[in-house]
Design a binder for this molecule. Structure first.
Ligand code: COA
Ligand code: NAP
Length: 275
């Protein structure tokens, strides 16, 4: 259910929202919720083909879209993407750092480069975007949202790389909120639970175990991309103008019993993937 049912339809009219990794999944869902509220949308990712398909979906909301290929590990490419989006859509009011990579890997089998790759995409990529967006966000007194994960604060099996990267993102978010508050820039993290029909859920879970997964969530359902999109819109809106430096969990309470079910399922998934 899109956010327009609850917010004014022109809440973000004339505003520009840049979503890294916005070509698919949760990040595209977030972009769609902003588009439904009148924002202009810029998205980046590595695959131009994926971005083009996402841009077509976003234009169906009547929004202006800038879809530009950039790897978040390449800060010069990000800078060029931000310049292009500013030229086409105006200075950025909201930056969503959503680009990420994930796979299951036992710590003892994960290579240093495997660990580094996820740190580079998630943590360094979020820093690159934050750093290169500063001037635009200062101009608009804008806001930053980081897409974190439960692995940041509860250990999950075979996720040592992701836990380290996402915990780093959440602490970086707090540092940015502390330093940039004086420029009127707010920063917050969103922690999604298990979100339906996403690459992340596909990589980390076993569809045969879905009933067990749902039964373990206190609200008895998995999340949707719109659950996250609605929260992103709220946190970027004037309703949240005094909220900064927060990690906001949107998971139906899934984290409350801990990660035991995830760990058991991940073991099965790993065995199915690698024997
Ligand atoms: N298990 C263990 N190690 C893995 C792995 C896996 N499933 N997948 C990749 N790696 C390792 C590689 O072996 C390599 O390390 P090495 O040089 O020591 O062999 C390192 O990670 C980099 O792999 P590469 O394929 O070159 O990385 P990439 O930059 O092309 O892709 C990934 C990044 C690996 C994160 C890829 O899965 C990706 O593109 N993911 C994006 C989508 C996604 O993950 N969505 C879910 C978000 S929650
Ligand atoms: P997804 O669709 O794979 O989203 C990741 C996006 O990041 C893709 O569009 C991908 O596009 C882009 N990307 C990857 N590497 C990149 C790079 N180096 N540079 C630029 N873009 C890059 O997966 P998702 O499951 O929706 O995940 C979205 C976010 O939610 C992630 O931050 C993830 O950690 C978080 N999350 C997901 C869940 C879940 O249940 N799915 C739960 C908690 C947190 P390209 O491949 O074209 O680059």
């Amino acid at each position: 259910m899109l956010v327009t049912q609850y917010f004014l339809k022109d809440l973000f009219k004339g505003k520009t929202v840049f979503v890294t990794g916005g070509g698919s999944g949760i990040n595209l869902g977030v972009a769609k919720n902003f588009a439904a509220l009148g924002a202009n949308i810029a998205i980046c990712g590595r695959s131009q083909e994926k971005l083009n398909a996402a841009a077509a979906d976003l234009r169906a909301f009547g929004t202006k879209v800038c879809a530009v290929s950039a790897d978040v590990r390449d800060s010069a490419a990000l800078e060029a993407a931000f310049e292009q989006s500013k030229a086409e859509l105006g200075a950025m009011d909201v930056l969503v750092c959503g680009a990420a990579g994930n796979f299951l890997a036992p710590a003892e089998k994960l290579s240093a480069n495997g660990f580094k790759t996820v740190i580079d995409i998630d943590l360094l990529g979020s820093f690159n975007a934050t750093h290169k967006a500063f001037e635009q966000l200062k101009e608009t007194r804008g806001t930053i949202l980081y897409i974190s994960a439960g692995m940041a604060y509860i250990p999950h099996a075979f996720q040592v790389h992701v836990g380290a990267a996402k915990a780093g993102i959440d602490m970086m978010m707090k540092n940015i909120a502390l330093e940039w508050g004086r420029f009127g820039i707010r920063a917050n993290s969103i922690v999604p639970g298990s979100i339906e029909e996403t690459e992340g859920l596909k990589r980390l879970s076993d569809p045969a175990e879905k009933e067990k997964l749902v039964a373990a969530v206190p609200l008895l359902r998995t999340g949707t991309v719109d659950d996250i999109g609605q929260l992103a819109a709220f946190l970027s809106s004037p309703l949240a103008s005094y909220i900064t430096g927060c990690v906001v969990v949107c998971d139906g309470g899934q984290n409350l019993p801990g990660s035991a079910l995830f760990n058991a399922t991940a073991e099965l998934v790993l065995r199915a993937q690698h024997g």
